[in-house]
Write a protein that binds this ligand. Structure first.
Ligand SMILES: CC(C)(COP(=O)(O)OP(=O)(O)OC[C@H]1O[C@@H](n2cnc3c(N)ncnc32)[C@H](O)[C@@H]1OP(=O)(O)O)[C@@H](O)C(=O)NCCC(=O)NCCS
Length: 217
């Protein structure tokens, strides 16, 4: 098998994604879509002292992808993640989609390349999920929801039915977007916060109901 998987980012989430990718490969057996080659990270010492089993191969910013390489991005910050992924795509990179065997994906869901569904995450039905989205452990996406490119849905977060997230949205752990709620591009929703109707783009909102604390504009 010549197709290699490279994980961008050798931080904590990168090591989690390595574990989930190994589970995907084990479940697929002889049909595994790739072998895991290692990480791309600017810090060649990021894995020092850790027993990870695969190396840091290079720096994503300088990496020239081979035709058989498939990438997956494990950077949590949505704007950094999208910038790195788009630079790599401009150099011809192709991205894998990783869906853990314990994730539940219902009918008529569209999932973009480079998206990760972690263990026990859920996408019910008729949802549209963009590219380079991370759906972390136990997070759920309801019917007819739309999740834009580069969103990071942290553990236990809940995008309910007909909710819409723009590009690069960050949902903290246990954040909730109520049914039909709309979150603007690059908004950050605090851990445990509940968006009732709208969160403006490029703001951080938090609390129940979630209120704005800061705006980049
Ligand atoms: C929303 C968030 C991104 C804002 O980060 P920030 O802009 O750096 O904001 P700060 O941490 O400076 O906090 C600003 C204020 O909001 C409060 N606050 C922060 N997060 C809060 C939350 N989730 N709910 C309620 N209040 C919160 C802080 O206490 C602080 O109040 P103060 O100024 O009265 O002291 C961040 O607080 C958050 O919740 N991140 C989620 C992290 C997470 O779930 N990670 C999971 C992956 S490991």
């Amino acid at each position: 098998l010549n197709t290699r998987l490279l994980i961008i980012g050798a931080g904590g989430f990168g090591r989690e994604v390595l574990a989930w990718a190994r589970d995907v490969a084990a479940a697929a057996g002889a049909q595994a879509p790739w072998t895991i080659a290692g990480f791309l990270d600017a810090n060649p010492r990021a894995l020092d002292g850790l027993d990870v089993g695969v190396p840091i191969i290079g720096d994503a910013r300088a990496y020239l992808p081979a035709a058989d390489d498939r990438l997956i991005c494990a950077i949590g910050d949505p704007s950094i993640k999208l910038r790195v992924c788009r630079e790599l795509e401009a150099r011809g990179a192709r991205f894998a989609t990783i869906i853990h065997p314990s994730a539940l994906i219902g009918p008529h869901c569209t999932i973009g390349a480079g998206t990760i569904f972690c263990p026990r995450s859920v996408c019910t039905c008729d949802a549209t999920i963009g590219k380079h989205v991370a759906v972390n452990i136990l997070a759920s996406i309801g019917h007819d929801a739309v999740v834009g490119d580069g969103c990071t849905l942290n553990g236990h977060s809940d995008v309910t039915g007909h909710a819409e997230l723009g590009e690069g949205v960050f949902l903290g752990s246990h954040a909730v977007v109520m049914p039909g709620g709309k979150v603007g591009d690059y908004a950050r929703i605090g851990a445990g916060s509940v968006v009732l109707r709208k969160a403006p783009p490029q703001t951080s909102v938090m609390g129940v109901p979630a209120k704005r604390i800061w705006s980049a504009a």
